[in-house]
Design a protein around this ligand. Structure first.
Ligand code: C5P
Length: 238
C-alpha cells in the first residue's frame, strides 16, 4: 500500500532576539506547534530552552545552516537529534562527505540542504570561481544533496519546479512566502502561499507575511484556510 502524502507543514519563523520575544509570539498562535528557530535566537537562548519547548509539545526546525568538516557537523547534528529537534539545515557546499555524515547522525531528524543562498547572485558565484549558470549550480547541488542521503533542500519559489523535478519524494522547504498585499521586504524571490503549495512545497517558512501583518491572528486563520483548501482540492484530485 502506498503511504498517503503528508500535509505540508507551515513553520512560523521565530526571527526575534530573545526567548521572551519568541514565547510572546508563540502565545499569539497557541494552536500552532511548528516553529523555525534561526541562528540569532538559538545562539541567545541555547539548546536547553529548545529542549524545554520540545518537551512542552512544540516541533522545532533549527535553521542553523551548518558547514564544517564532516565529523564536526555530524557531531553537532547528533547533539540536536538527541534533544528531539525535527529538522535542521546544512550547507550543501560542505560537500558530499559532510552531507552524508549529517544525514547519518540525524537519527530520525530530517537534515535539509541549503544550496545557494538567495542573497547570492551570478556575480557572487563568479567571485567564488563558480562559472556555470546559477540554476545549473542549484540543480547540481540538489543532486548532490539527494545522493548524500539528505531529506530535501531549501528552495526559493522560483526554483521549486526545477528541484522538484530532480527529486521525487524530496522535502522542499520554501521561504520568501508573501501574500499579494505584502511588501517583499529584502526577499528577492518570493512566492504566494497558494503558489508554494500547488508548486509542491512540503514545508513553508512563514515569516514576516504573518508577523508583520496588521492583524497576525486573522492572517494565521487565513493561512490555515489556504492550507485546508489546498488539502481538500488535492484529495479531490487524487
Ligand atoms: O520574513 P520572511 O518571510 O522573509 O522570513 C524568511 C525566513 O526564512 C527567515 O527566517 C530567513 O532566515 C529564512 N530564509 C530565507 N531565505 C532562505 C533561507 C531561509 O529567507 N533562502
Amino acid at each position: 500500500m502506498t503511504q498517503p502524502t503528508p500535509a505540508p507543514v507551515m513553520w512560523i519563523a521565530l526571527d526575534v532576539p530573545t526567548q521572551q520575544d519568541a514565547e510572546k509570539l508563540m502565545a499569539r498562535f497557541s494552536r500552532h506547534r511548528h516553529y523555525k528557530v534561526g541562528m540569532e535566537l538559538f545562539y541567545r537562548m541555547g539548546p536547553e530552552a529548545v529542549a524545554k519547548w520540545i518537551e512542552d509539545g512544540q516541533v522545532i526546525f533549527l535553521d542553523l545552516k551548518l558547514h564544517d568538516i564532516p565529523q564536526t557537523v555530524g557531531r553537532a547534528v547528533s547533539q540536536l537529534a538527541g534533544i528531539g529537534v525535527r529538522m535542521v539545515t546544512v550547507h550543501v557546499h560542505g560537500g558530499p562527505a559532510m552531507c552524508e555524515e549529517a544525514a547519518r547522525q540525524g537519527r530520525g531528524m530530517d537534515v535539509v540542504g541549503v544550496s545557494v543562498l538567495t542573497s547570492l547572485g551570478q556575480g557572487d558565484l563568479e567571485m567564488l570561481g563558480i562559472t556555470r549558470p546559477l540554476p545549473e549550480h542549484v540543480a547540481e547541488l540538489t543532486r548532490l544533496a539527494r545522493r548524500s542521503g539528505l531529506a530535501g533542500v531549501v528552495t526559493s519559489g522560483e526554483e521549486l519546479a526545477l528541484v522538484r523535478a530532480l527529486w521525487p519524494g524530496g522535502r522542499f522547504v520554501v521561504p520568501g512566502i508573501r501574500s499579494a498585499q505584502d511588501s517583499p521586504g529584502d526577499q528577492k524571490r518570493v512566492i504566494s502561499p497558494e503558489g508554494a503549495l500547488w508548486g509542491g512545497a512540503t514545508d513553508l517558512v512563514i515569516g514576516r507575511t504573518l508577523t508583520q501583518s496588521p492583524d497576525p491572528e486573522q492572517k494565521y486563520d487565513e493561512l490555515e484556510q489556504i492550507l485546508a483548501q489546498y488539502l481538500k482540492e488535492r484529495a479531490a484530485n487524487d
